[in-house]
Write a protein of this length. Structure first.
Length: 529
């Protein structure tokens, strides 16, 4: 039997992922202790891969005197349908103020400003104040480029590019993490990196759906490794569909990519196939309702057959003035033009597209997990968004908690077990809130032809999920031997498994109210609880 060569390396801090969370963690760890040896391992090239670079809209932060951290917090909690871990959500909104100032004053980012010199906040759906700081409609490129330059300027931060993490390796006693097994993508060589601390920041990426926004390199490796290691996961059934994914037909990879939230925030209209504006049928906030509400509304129109030639709906911006749209959304106008659409003056076909995982590894506000030495940040973490993430809170989440992880790493070289109250065996599963009344059984419903695995616009049905569980167990669909497909298949099975028992969950009740009873009853139901 031929033995596989294994190269062994050692470091103080190993960071898996080079998005906003990973790069911020590296910079903060180096700042806290410049003598620390830090390695960033990434599947692609530093600063050229991942989802932070793809952020278009902006960064939610309460800076305006008319706004407040408390107001941002309540928007986050209400947007998450009151299922957010409130300490994590508060950490997110409170630290965002500090982090944006750091991005400008220390990292070197330039964001758009008002005539009086203050940072400009664009309108985003689901928020009570225009607080989304941005750089045109290419905010992610600005942030990741500046972070990349700062990392390159620090020789103490080593880079391990084009390496895929394969497994989290526990210590001999199983009580903590000892390191990570990685594979060199180019050569196939294996490397084990022993580390005092590991940050899991590989990003999510629900790319198992027909329409999805993350880049093709996102395969949920971090969550799959955590699942195999036995770490508790939370909210894995909570998948966000962005309502305005470009629908340009099957011949282009541009189908499924995001047309940013700011289009609806600025006053864009959603029209069905007959060019009728339909959001008034679903929510009093119209197009500025949260992503989950708008995605389900679009899906309802699609199920009713009121669709465009490619099977979606339209977004219309022409009534705002073509010159204004071309100026404020230059990147979006150019992207649509590449696919034959005129965003500034015409109609663009859109469809709900899988965008973000609210679920992930259970963690504390300091990013620590139940394994001493293992930390998690970014989309690999869970709890701060509840059942639905507000647009603009994603990049804030990555940079806030990435920085917190780096600060923790820089303060201690040894990470001893943290004494915590023992959690119940099903800590990672969603349980009914103690104050939630038991739902009444509903009569049998007709089975839907398409379910979650095909891209269902954010709705969940028991029979559909059950059939997809059976399909995902088949060898041809279980992921095969390639690490990328295997990781994605494992995450998809866990998603479906978690979704199936949620037949009468509080989140399902809110979805039912949103579609059939209106926003007023949603608020009433929330108060009754």
């Amino acid at each position: 039997m031929q033995r596989i060569a294994l190269e062994r390396l050692k470091t103080d801090i190993l960071i898996l992922g080079s998005g906003g969370a990973g790069l911020f963690a590296a910079l903060h760890a180096h700042r806290s202790d410049p003598e620390l040896d830090v390695i960033i391992a990434t599947k692609g090239l530093l600063g050229k891969c991942g989802c932070t670079r793809m952020v278009q809209g902006g960064y939610n932060v309460a800076l305006n005197p008319g706004d407040s951290v408390e107001r941002h917090f309540m928007d986050t909690i209400e947007g998450g349908k009151w299922l957010s871990h409130q300490e994590l959500a508060w950490t997110l909104v409170a630290k965002a103020v500090e982090r944006v100032q750091e991005l400008e004053n220390e990292i070197g980012c330039f964001f758009d400003r008002n005539p009086d010199g203050t940072l400009h906040g664009k309108a985003f759906a689901g928020q009570s104040f225009d607080r989304t700081v941005h750089k045109g409609d290419l905010t992610g490129i600005e942030i990741i480029n500046r972070l990349m330059e700062q990392v390159w300027a620090r020789p103490g931060v080593r880079r391990l590019e084009e390496h895929r993490a394969l497994a989290l390796i526990p210590a001999r006693d199983g009580a903590s993490i000892s390191g990570v097994l990685l594979a060199d993508i180019r050569s196939g060589e294996l490397r084990f990196i022993a580390a005092q601390a590991v940050l899991l920041a590989t990003g999510g990426g629900p790319t198992m759906y027909r329409y999805h926004t993350p880049s093709g390199d996102k395969s949920m490796d971090g969550l799959a490794m955590a699942l195999r290691a036995g770490l508790p996961l939370r909210d894995m059934e909570m998948v966000q569909f962005h309502p305005t994914g470009l629908l340009a037909g099957p011949h282009t990879r541009m189908t499924g990519t995001v047309l940013e939230e700011g289009l609806r925030g600025a006053g864009g209209h959603l029209l069905d196939g007959a060019k009728r504006r339909f959001m008034a049928d679903y929510d009093e906030k119209l197009e500025r309702a949260t992503r989950d509400v708008v995605s389900r509304a679009i899906y309802a129109e699609m199920k009713a057959g009121r669709t465009t030639p490619n099977g979606g709906v339209y977004i219309s911006m022409g009534h705002l003035g073509p010159e204004r749209v071309a100026k404020e959304f230059k990147g979006m106008v150019e992207r649509c033009a590449d696919c034959g659409f005129d965003l500034a003056g015409g109609l663009v076909e859109i469809v709900p597209t899988a965008h973000y995982f609210m679920g992930g590894v259970v963690c504390q506000p300091d990013t620590s997990t139940e394994w001493p030495g293992l930390f998690v940040a970014g989309e690999d973490a869970s709890g701060m968004h509840g059942a639905n993430r507000l647009g603009g809170n994603g990049v804030a989440n990555s940079t806030v908690f990435g920085g917190i992880a780096g600060d923790i790493h820089g303060k201690a070289r040894r990470f001893e077990p943290i004494a915590r109250k023992a959690a119940p065996p099903d800590v990672g599963r969603r349980r009914r809130h103690p104050g939630c009344r038991r739902a009444r059984p509903r009569p049998p419903q007709p089975r839907r032809a398409r379910g979650r695995a095909a891209g269902d616009g954010g709705r969940r049905y028991g029979p559909g999920v059950q059939s997809h569980l059976a399909r995902l167990a088949q060898p041809a669909l279980a992921g095969g031997d390639e690490p990328r497909h295997r990781a994605r298949g494992q995450a998809a099975r866990e998603l479906a498994r978690r979704a199936f028992p949620q037949r009468f969950s509080r989140a399902r009740r809110f979805r039912h109210l949103a579609l059939h009873r209106g926003a007023a009853e949603i608020r009433s139901a929330g108060h009754r609880r």
